[in-house]
Design a protein around this ligand. Structure first.
Ligand code: NDP
Length: 312
């Protein structure tokens, strides 16, 4: 049986994948998008998006992703609700396999599989998701103006999110499992100097409570020691900032990753270490992780593919 040949295969469907599809279809590259397990990506699990330019009244995450998807379809992108489960980047064209076992050959590939926020693994995080539990302060912080929130984590992200929230909320608890912050010294200092932030060291979260949304958290200090102490705090919002995991498992055999698993790209481009394979969005961006930056990277990747295919 003859294998399907694809000029530009896009793996993933957040703002990066769909934007790459818009640009690639307008450049006549006949892109095929495999949307992956979460069509529309992380933004589909946020509520209101108010910081994406062009939406002065704001827009919900699912609505915005649907619009970008529709825009890609308008120019002829072939968007499939399927997952790519295997790739072989050892030679061109690249052999890729979908979940149904169907194989295809791609002249160029854009990886836009995103990253997933890590959660603690508590049942209550699922119960209250979208009802007070969030993994993105920049997306959801605005809803907690003059309220009390908690941020979990001790790294740069947690400090940055706590500082961001401290400008909106009445009070921010920073829940840190160790007796120190892992964040850079300057971020630590900003947290310690901030009167709105109270750091709870040696503290773990064991549960959340509330009637129609989060009203508080059950915490434990010095867990598992003789000084173990259970206590509750009243909060309206619970933010996870314990890191993200880039979705790169199926690529790691071929693509150069950094120590946290993010795809390394060449300078300010979308080029990976494999010629003909490009990366865009959160999968290659541990730093900004915004919808608008991911969309920009998607545009860059499609332009890089166009140039690559012209040269080859
Ligand atoms: P990090 O991996 O640096 O930090 C994760 C934090 O979450 C750690 O404090 C860790 O605790 C804690 N944590 C992990 N798992 C759990 C758990 N199950 N329960 C409780 N706490 C947990 O991730 P970040 O997202 O903060 O940063 C990722 C990278 O991005 C870093 O290199 C960072 O420097 C960089 N970054 C830089 C920024 C900047 O320069 N402005 C902004 C944001 C990120 P523990 O310390 O105990 O392991």
């Amino acid at each position: 049986m003859e294998m399907e040949k694809i000029r530009c295969l896009i793996i993933g469907s957040g703002p990066a994948g769909y934007t790459a599809a818009i640009y690639a279809s307008r450049a006549n590259l006949n892109p095929v998008v495999f949307e992956g397990p979460q069509p529309g990506g992380q933004l589909t699990i946020t509520t209101e998006i108010e910081n994406f330019p062009g939406y002065p009244e704001g827009i919900t995450g699912p609505e915005m992703m649907d619009q970008i998807r529709t825009q890609a379809l308008r120019f002829g992108a072939d968007i499939r609700p399927q997952i790519i489960t295997k790739v072989d980047f050892s030679k061109r064209p690249f052999l890729c396999e979908a979940e149904d076992g169907k194989q295809m050959l791609a002249d160029a590939v854009i990886i836009a599989t995103g990253a997933s926020a890590k959660y603690l693994g508590l049942e209550d995080e699922v119960k209250y998701r979208g009802m007070g539990v969030s993994a993105c302060a920049t997306c959801d912080g605005f809803f907690y103006r003059k309220k009390v929130v908690a941020v979990v984590g001790g790294g740069d992200t947690a400090c940055e999110e706590a500082i961001y929230l401290s400008n909106l909320a009445k009070k921010v608890y920073l829940i840190v499992r160790k007796d120190y912050l892992r964040a850079s010294k300057i971020m630590q200092q900003r947290v310690f100097d901030n009167e709105n932030i109270e750091v709870l060291f040696n503290t773990n979260t064991v549960g959340l409570f509330g009637e129609d949304g989060v009203e508080g958290a059950h915490l434990v200090r010095h867990k598992g020691t003789e000084n173990e102490e259970f206590f509750d705090i009243d909060i309206d919002g619970f933010f996870l900032a314990i890191g993200h995991k880039p979705n790169t498992d199926i690529f790691k055999e071929w693509i150069e990753l950094d120590e946290a698993g993010y795809i390394k790209v060449e300078g300010n481009t979308s080029l990976t270490n494999v010629e003909g394979v490009f990366a865009a969005g959160d999968v290659a961006d541990p730093r900004y992780r915004q919808g608008i930056t991911a969309a920009g990277m998607g545009a860059k990747a499609a332009i890089d593919v166009e140039r690559f295919l012209l040269e080859h």
